[in-house]
Design a protein around this ligand. Structure first.
Ligand SMILES: [Zn+2]
Length: 347
């Protein structure tokens, strides 16, 4: 026998006259009639009577209230509702997508609007602070410069955003880096570990890959965001120099630079064997000097095995008809290796 009671709709459940509360979460809708003017619930934890809510025509607000409390209370899974769910799901997906994808896109847009002379200035700031940090100088002498220019000129590639300017810093680290605006620095330690000009050409072509994709500027913007514009305008050189020197690239950037390096080498008839030799040898040295601190370009490449495989596959598959030329003759090579030596310069 049905008994008529009046219930109060609370945020968490129906309050019965007895004071008992039927929590929404514990109710299941077992029937609905007359276009939802009548809803019958069963309490999941009680075997007692079901609760039938009767709405009169003016109670649409209460039904909405129930629906908002939990949609299972009104069975309002109609198309209207699903459509809104769908729309909001798509909107959320788009927001998440924009968050992950949009961030790099925005950063790339910032890089694209930065004038070339700003990028070149940023590169100068970074390299200047590098010289300050290591209290060292650019190595130069006419013969060494000529040899370095010859290797650089041999690595032709079109559509570079800026001309590449390569220099050697008098520092024993086995390292090389690309600064914004096309400035590339080779550390003397790397020169001393190289056996052939082709090895240097391999390392250089990787750095030119970073220049091509504007990775140094991209790296600065990834860290500094829009504030980099303010740094340029306000002449805040320090932050650009600090960030620029501490950049490390993602694997994706490194892989892009490697891929382009292989294209540059191949297009200029230079084998990637030099690059492969250098990396393999360096990997061995690193293992032998596990305790010694070798901060270098190779520590930013955690997947050296993958890189070595990439180079090996390239040599095996793409260099079948490569017409290798001589990059530097013996004397030129000696001049390059000795570019930091104040005495003992070949002529
Ligand atoms: Zn790199």
């Amino acid at each position: 026998m049905a008994k008529s009671i009046e219930v109060v709709l609370l945020p968490n459940g129906f309050a019965l006259p007895s004071g008992e509360i039927w929590e929404y979460a514990l109710l299941s809708l077992i029937s609905q009639k007359k276009d939802k003017d009548q809803l019958t619930y069963k309490h999941k934890n009680q075997n007692g009577p079901n609760l039938t809510i009767l709405f009169d025509g003016d109670d649409a607000g209460q039904r909405d209230y129930l629906n908002r409390a939990s949609k299972h209370l009104t069975g309002d899974n109609d198309w209207h509702f699903i459509r809104w769910q769908l729309v909001s799901a798509i909107a959320i997906t788009c927001l998440v997508f924009l968050f992950y994808m949009g961030y790099p896109l925005v950063n790339r847009a910032i890089v694209a609007i930065i004038p070339d002379n700003w990028a070149i200035r940023a590169g100068d700031l970074v390299v200047d602070s590098l010289y300050q940090q290591y209290t060292s100088d650019t190595c130069e002498n006419p013969q060494g410069n000529a040899a370095l220019e010859k290797v650089t000129a041999a690595l032709k590639i079109e559509d570079l955003p800026y001309p590449v300017r390569v220099e050697v810093v008098d520092n024993p680290m086995v390292n090389a880096l690309a600064a914004p605006g096309g400035r590339v620095v080779i550390f003397n330690g790397l020169l001393q570990q190289a056996d052939t000009p082709e090895e240097i050409a391999g390392v250089l072509s990787h750095e030119i890959g970073h220049v091509y994709y504007q990775h140094p500027m991209q790296g600065l913007v990834n860290v500094m965001g829009f504030s980099i514009i303010g740094s340029f305008l306000g002449g805040d050189a320090a932050s650009i120099a600090i960030v620029g020197l501490s950049l490390s690239y993602s694997r994706e950037y490194e892989r892009d630079a490697d891929d382009l390096a292989l294209v540059i080498l191949k297009n200029n008839n230079i084998s990637a064997e030099g690059m492969l030799d250098f990396f393999e040898r360096h990997e061995k040295i690193k293992e032998e000097n596990a305790i010694a601190e070798i901060a270098d370009m190779f520590s930013t490449h955690p997947l050296t095995k993958d890189r070595i495989k990439l180079f090996r596959d390239h040599i095996k598959n793409k260099e079948v008809e490569l017409k290798k030329g001589q990059l530097l003759d013996k004397r030129e090579w000696q001049n390059l290796v000795n570019i930091c030596n104040k005495e003992d310069v070949g002529s």
